[in-house]
Design a protein around this ligand. Structure first.
Ligand SMILES: Cc1cc2nc3c(=O)[nH]c(=O)nc-3n(C[C@H](O)[C@H](O)[C@H](O)COP(=O)(O)OP(=O)(O)OC[C@H]3O[C@@H](n4cnc5c(N)ncnc54)[C@H](O)[C@@H]3O)c2cc1C
Length: 304
């Protein structure tokens, strides 16, 4: 499979479950890969306290992440480049070229894009007015120690609120959840939790609070306006796909449909679509992506 004109056979962009599965499967069929990840491998899995939909006996994200990380580190055909981010992906007739934030670049026969999703921010929705550069942490990143005894303003009613409450069943925290009508159905699962105060709103205007207090003015759905104050603020608005710039085809929703890509670019995991965002689907699509590259490369070699 080795091809002397390329740095490697396969470049894997993103070290979550999809990217790790791709690199592991590639190695199993003799393909060399370079996996590029700005953080640690499977960083998101370390935030999942309880798992009930993954085969293999894993009941927590960190257990699964530790196993995957150990396996990847012992995969000789996969070179890990951690602490680096891909800034651009270019696809040509004979190869893909990936540029890193260090300025270095790599070429390969195929690239698998498995960059997942990131939290949507106030600038991504019309029901919040806030400074353009405002970037807030997602609620699922809140540490229990930081939240204990405090009031947290949560922008949006997306499901990770339930994850946070279930992961911290005894925490003494008050959540002020400000959410638009579109999120009404999502907050049903937390409706009975006494730690949540529901703020069904039309609009929220950020500020002008000063640290350590955050404030906002909300316009409720019955036309009233009032101020809210909290010790900290988090987003739970939803997710947006994170993919490098360059030769990736995005749909109207920002996701990268697998069937619309350049023949040398394969997408895997959460970045494919808002549907199927699960660990097992990420593992499966990453594995399939590697096999797709393997068979496509084998066909080329046979023809050549
Ligand atoms: C709070 C929470 C709870 C969840 N609970 C469950 C659950 O119980 N069960 C379940 O099945 N799923 C759960 N999920 C979903 C699951 O975590 C995802 O479906 C899965 O992690 C997707 O894997 P992925 O590899 O596609 O993406 P990710 O895990 O998001 O990995 C993508 C990786 O790409 C990297 N990356 C991003 N941009 C670049 C770039 N430019 N260059 C290089 N690398 C880049 C990121 O750093 C990241 O490590 C949960 C998610 C969250 C947030």
């Amino acid at each position: 499979m080795a091809n002397t004109i390329h740095d490697t056979d396969l470049i894997v962009i993103g070290g979550g479950p999809a990217g790790c599965a791709a690199a592991r499967m590639a190695a199993s069929v003799g393909m060399r890969s370079i996996l590029i990840e700005p953080d640690i491998l499977c960083r998101n899995l370390y935030r999942i306290a309880a798992l009930d939909n993954v085969l293999g006996g894993y009941s927590s994200g960190p257990d699964l992440a530790d196993t995957i990380t150990a396996e990847l580190k012992s995969t000789e055909l996969c070179r890990l480049e951690l602490g680096r981010r891909v800034t651009e992906l270019r696809a040509g007739e004979d190869q893909v070229t990936v540029t890193l934030d260090t300025g270095d670049s790599h070429t390969a026969l195929y690239a698998i894009v498995a960059t997942g999703v990131g939290p949507s921010q106030p600038r991504d929705v019309s029901w919040i007015t806030a400074p353009a550069g405002l970037t807030l942490p997602p609620l699922w990143q809140a540490e229990a120690d930081d939240a204990e005894g405090r009031t947290l303003l949560v922008l949006g009613g997306d499901r990770p609120i339930g994850t946070f409450l279930r992961a911290n069943p005894t925490i003494d925290t008050r959540l002020l959840v400000a959410y638009p009508a579109a999120d009404d159905y999502k907050i049903e699962e937390i409706r009975v939790d006494p730690r949540v105060t529901f703020l069904p709103i039309e609009h929220l205007t950020w500020g002008p609070g000063e640290e350590p207090t955050v404030t906002a003015e909300v316009a409720t759905r019955d036309g009233a306006r009032h101020a809210v104050a909290a010790d900290a603020v988090y987003v739970s608005i939803g997710n947006a796909p994170t993919a490098p710039s360059g030769d990736l085809t995005r749909g109207a929703d920002g996701y990268c449909p697998p069937t619309d890509q350049h023949p040398r670019v394969i997408v895997a995991g959460d970045v494919r679509s808002a549907r199927f965002q699960r660990i097992m689907t990420a593992l499966g699509s990453g594995s399939e992506g590697a096999l797709h590259a393997y068979y496509a490369a084998s066909e080329l070699l046979t023809k050549g």
